[in-house]
Design a protein around this ligand. Structure first.
Ligand code: ASP
Length: 441
């Protein structure tokens, strides 16, 4: 019997998770049951993905760079990547701004709803922690990100998932230095990282065997921890604008894939769908990164020389979905609270949302922290920030799930475009977890 494709298995797991979550919501003690007995499955899965993220970035980036025949190629890939990332993000923000200005979801929100949302969420520790986190981030200078990118202790950088850019920096530095000592001398180290890279990719295959069960647990938990459904309904128009914008981004990526790489966009979306579904279930592009890398390299055919740089960098700095959401959310809050935004304010939003998407961490809810900075950039009164965030807090988790899908899809698209432009888009070579199982059985 033919095995069901992975994306179908995951989708079925998600569906069961949703249904199970809703049933548990109706039962006395159901949410507690999910918290105690089901949630752990998802937590372990996300931990496993995070566990292999740093070894994978390190091994694959060092392998990618030490395979280069010519260092100038790397600068070429780097410049193209950053250029295309900035371009797609600006387009995402612009789509968000156009939609929110045309549809004006904030105008219809009644005072009663605003009062109810404020009462429920403004004092919530979730909202307050976003505001204080944002003020901590705001204190850093404009070029501090360069300073932050350079580790002063390699082992410390490798031991902290939040320091992904430092790991990338260290791997590039090591890879380039390996090229410069000559092939013969670099060979033992290169063989080591080549092999480590294969091992970690195999770990991804093994972890993915549990994906359908993990997404079941993740989604069941999201459902039982969601807020009051009435408040969700009140925000339906706002959420609809964000989702419509995100959908238009998928159309935009598909056009790029079809016209520039000449590949079928439906094939592209199908091949990366397991990564998208995990992005949706985990709300974290960082946790999804190992799967995105595996799909893009083995199932799309992007060479490691490109994907090993483009994808980890993308997971940390390229967030099209997040920046689109920030633009829509900022204008929505302004509309709902009667705060006028001039055209210049909207341009400021483009710039700050672009910087915010670079600065947002690839973890659940990070986009909302940077939203505070976007709001402040247009002069939004500090004393109303909590009310502003309270307005959108109820739907933030589902929107986070959707925008993370776009963040991951954007990274995968750009890796394909860059690969095509430097002649590194080849034939897919999918591997299964049990390719060598017979030999060790
Ligand atoms: N959860 C998003 C990500 O990991 C970031 C955000 O928008 O909150 O890509």
């Amino acid at each position: 019997m033919k095995k069901l494709a992975l994306h179908w298995q995951i989708l079925i797991g998600m569906l069961f998770g949703l249904v199970f979550g809703f049933i548990m919501l109706q039962i006395d003690g159901g949410p507690e049951f999910v918290g105690k007995w089901i949630k752990w499955l998802g937590t372990v899965f996300v931990k496993l993905l995070k566990l292999i993220a740093i070894p994978l970035i390190l091994a694959s980036l060092i392998k990618g760079i030490s395979d280069l025949k010519d260092i100038s190629k790397f600068a070429n890939i780097g410049l193209r990547t950053i250029g295309i990332y900035v371009l797609t993000t600006v387009i995402a923000i612009s789509i968000g701004l156009v939609l929110v200005n045309v549809i004006q979801p904030g105008d219809g929100v009644s005072d009663e709803t605003i009062a109810k949302l404020t009462e429920t969420y403004a004092g919530d520790s979730g909202v307050q922690s976003k505001i204080s986190e944002a003020s901590r981030q705001k204190e850093s200078g404009p070029l501090d990100f360069i300073v932050d990118m350079v580790p002063d202790n390699a082992v410390a950088a490798l031991s902290n998932n939040k320091l992904m850019l430092q790991v990338i920096f260290f791997a590039i530095f090591l890879g380039i230095s390996m090229l410069l000592i000559g092939e013969e001398k670099a060979k033992p180290l290169k063989d080591f990282f080549d092999s480590l890279n294969d091992v970690v990719l195999k770990m991804v295959d093994l972890i993915m065997l549990s994906a359908p069960f993990a997404v079941f647990a993740l989604l069941a938990n999201v459902v039982v921890s969601s807020g009051d459904p009435d408040l969700l309904y009140a925000l339906l128009k706002y959420a609809g604008v964000v989702v419509l914008g995100l959908f238009l981004m998928v159309v935009f990526y598909s056009i790029l894939v079809a016209t520039i790489t000449k590949k079928n966009p439906f094939w592209f979306l199908k091949e990366i769908s397991p990564a998208q579904l995990l992005a949706f279930s985990t709300s974290s592009s960082a946790a999804t990164l190992p799967v995105t890398m595996e799909r893009v390299e083995e199932h799309i055919g992007v060479d490691k020389e490109v994907s090993s740089f483009v994808l980890p960098v993308g997971a940390t700095i390229n967030m099209d979905g997040t920046s689109l959401y920030q633009a829509v959310a900022a204008v929505f809050i302004a509309q709902a609270l009667g705060f006028d935004l001039t055209f210049a304010d909207q341009l400021t939003i483009i710039l700050t949302a672009l910087l915010a998407s670079i600065g947002s961490a690839a973890v659940p809810g990070a986009g909302m922290v940077m939203l505070v900075i976007v709001l402040e950039s247009v002069g939004f009164p500090a004393d109303k920030l909590a009310i502003g965030l309270a307005l959108i807090f109820a739907v933030d988790r589902p929107l986070d799930m959707c925008r993370t899908v776009i963040n991951v899809t954007g990274d995968a698209t750009v890796s394909m475009l860059v690969a095509k432009s430097v002649g590194k888009l080849g034939k897919p070579k999918p591997k299964e977890w049990d390719d060598h199982y017979e030999e060790v059985k």
